[in-house]
Design a protein around this ligand. Structure first.
Ligand code: TRP
Length: 349
């Protein structure tokens, strides 16, 4: 199964800048099923790293609550769905730990300690938090937990002594804030209690939604990892191309063309994609032919994921078992880190 899926992992993804001693941690907010943007942006690197490095995937349900406390039941229901997405793409729980943030009490305690090392002004300056505050229309009513979620994310990362974090570029400010906290803890302890971490950025630029706007579940413009063949066809047909390219013979624009963005991200044959770009630019390639190619590429990628997901979804007990075992293992790791950090704050002396 995973050999099939790994065929879509291109060479540039396999040679990430990780070495065997790296400890990898990433997280996802369980607010809905994962989509192809997640696949290109980080699931693919996680698959490439699996088995080469110690790796944990954290389902960040507490972080999801920082802006969705009114949707707590929805967030709870999404947790096993995210596990299904992980397993369906080929994450193997015997090689990668899958854990739930809210089951790791050490992370909450680390967050409380780290809050003393960060100013409100610094939190307000975090560009990702700023953009999200704007997007969600919080204005002056920002939940305190939301403003502080970068600190909780620093707890996630340091709780595993992670050194490498595969994320999208919107998460770079979180890595920077984490390292500031790491340096403060180490200064307090006069010892290297925690390692600094670095981001592992995907070589694929952020995938747009089918309409060319930012991909988002609420806009319905993302292609779910478990999309049916009909859904894929419908979404590909709806993709924004170049409004100036009315006839196949017209010269077309490749930049900003969503179909090419997806081909760049997923077509295993980049030589052909480059030839298609030439033909499109020069005039002589219609949108329909291009979209048919993409449909084939996406169906080949998604079909095995969809089949495996459907099979696993029938075994709820197994999914729950993966979560329980992973969270137990993660609990041991994070409690040990917490002991060291408590020491830096002169607790337990
Ligand atoms: N903030 C991340 C996102 O919105 C999710 C996340 C939570 C995370 N904890 C993390 C990412 C730790 C990397 C490391 O996608």
């Amino acid at each position: 199964m995973s050999a099939n899926i790994l065929a879509h992992t291109r060479a540039d993804e396999r040679q990430s800048h990780a070495d065997a001693t790296d400890v990898i941690l990433t997280g996802d907010r369980p607010t809905g099923s994962l989509h192809l943007g997640h696949y290109a942006g980080s699931l693919r690197s996680r698959l490439a790293l699996q088995g080469r490095c110690a790796q944990t995937l954290l389902i960040a349900d507490l972080q999801a609550l920082t802006d969705s406390s009114g949707r707590a039941a929805h967030v709870a229901r999404q947790v096993p769905e995210v596990v299904l997405d992980y397993l369906a793409v080929g994450i193997d729980p015997s090689q990668t730990t899958i854990a739930v943030q809210s089951r790791l009490s050490a992370l909450a305690e680390l967050t409380v300690l780290y809050l003393n090392l960060v100013t409100v002004a610094r939190l307000e300056r975090n560009p990702t938090v700023k953009a999200e505050v704007e997007l969600r229309g919080f204005e002056r009513d920002i939940p305190a937990g939301f403003l502080c979620y970068p600190v909780s994310q620093a707890a996630d990362i340091t709780g595993f002594r992670a050194t490498l974090v595969p994320v999208g570029d919107d998460q770079l400010p979180m890595i920077e804030q984490t390292n500031e906290i790491v340096r403060r803890v180490n200064r307090l302890a006069s010892a290297a209690v925690l390692p600094e971490c670095r981001a592992l950025l995907s070589s694929t630029p952020r995938l747009p939604g089918v309409d060319g706007r930012k991909a988002s579940k609420s806009l319905g413009n993302a292609i779910p990892l478990s999309a049916t063949a009909d859904e894929i066809r419908g979404l590909v047909r709806a993709m924004y191309t170049d409004p100036g390219h009315a006839r196949a013979s017209d010269p077309g624009r490749v930049e900003g063309n969503v179909v090419f963005a997806y081909l760049d991200a997923f077509d295993p044959d980049l030589t052909t994609v480059n030839e298609l770009k030439e033909r499109y630019r020069g005039g002589g390639l219609g949108d329909m032919a291009l979209k048919r190619r993409l449909e084939g590429v996406l169906e080949a990628l998604v079909a095995p994921i969809r089949a495996r997901r459907a099979e696993l979804a029938r075994d709820r007990a197994y999914v729950m078992d993966v979560l329980r075992a992973g969270s137990e293992r993660a609990n041991t790791t994070t409690q040990a880190v917490l002991r060291d950090v408590r020491g830096a704050f002169a607790l337990d002396t």
